[in-house]
Write a protein that binds this ligand. Structure first.
Ligand SMILES: CC(C)(COP(=O)(O)OP(=O)(O)OC[C@H]1O[C@@H](n2cnc3c(N)ncnc32)[C@H](O)[C@@H]1OP(=O)(O)O)[C@@H](O)C(=O)NCCC(=O)NCCS
Length: 174
């Protein structure tokens, strides 16, 4: 199981250590940050996370207390909608179910605590483990944005996925 605690400026060095290069940075956060990632960009992100526009968390494995992941929700209260992003599992912890375990309490916070009606996200279509993770949680593809980035001469397309509150919890993972 994974528990959440609020992301804070003190977590910045750990996040920086989990992002190895520019392609990983783009995969993780889209164009929100620029490489080289530095403390000031993430400090600004931590500051935004302390406002009512955004909530960001570190995920801790319940048994060990070990920090295993990070996720964030940008909140648009006017339309009861959230945008999930910055989903990241520590490189050494991937492929063991932590991604799913991290996002379950994030979605509980979104739908129960924040009382949002829907959560959206964007994910590059070739990011198979992320797309599978979101599908397991009940997200469905809403639309495809073709060729939103170009990396090493290759076009990257993004899926826009959505999870309505009414669909949340209907899957095995939710
Ligand atoms: C995408 C990402 C968050 C997925 O996290 P993860 O912890 O590897 O995800 P999970 O472990 O929950 O799922 C991955 C695999 O582990 C398997 N798994 C799930 N529970 C498991 C368990 N208890 N034991 C072993 N394996 C398990 C799943 O079946 C899944 O396999 P599949 O993808 O082939 O179906 C992670 O790879 C990551 O941080 N990537 C870099 C950043 C990124 O791409 N973020 C997303 C941006 S949109």
């Amino acid at each position: 199981m994974v528990e959440l605690r609020e992301f804070a400026a003190a977590d910045v060095p750990l996040l920086m250590a989990w992002i190895a290069g520019p392609t990983e940075l783009l995969t993780w956060a889209g164009p929100a940050f620029t490489w080289p990632l530095d403390e000031s960009q993430l400090a600004e992100y931590a500051a935004e996370s302390a406002t009512d526009r955004r909530r960001s968390w570190m995920g801790l494995e319940t048994d060990s207390g070990r920090v295993v992941g990070h996720a964030s929700l940008r909140i648009d209260a006017a339309v009861s909608s959230g945008r999930l992003g910055r989903v990241l599992v520590a490189p050494q912890a991937r492929g063991r179910g932590y991604g799913t375990a991290l996002l379950e309490p994030v979605l509980t916070a979104a739908f129960e605590e924040l009382r949002l009606d829907r959560v959206e996200l964007g994910v590059f279509d070739h990011n198979e483990s992320a797309v599978r993770l979101y599908e397991r949680l009940g997200f469905v593809v809403d639309r495809v944005l073709p060729d939103v980035e170009r990396v090493d001469g290759r076009p990257w397309s993004a899926l826009q996925m959505v999870l309505e509150k009414s669909a949340w919890g209907r899957t095995a993972a939710g």
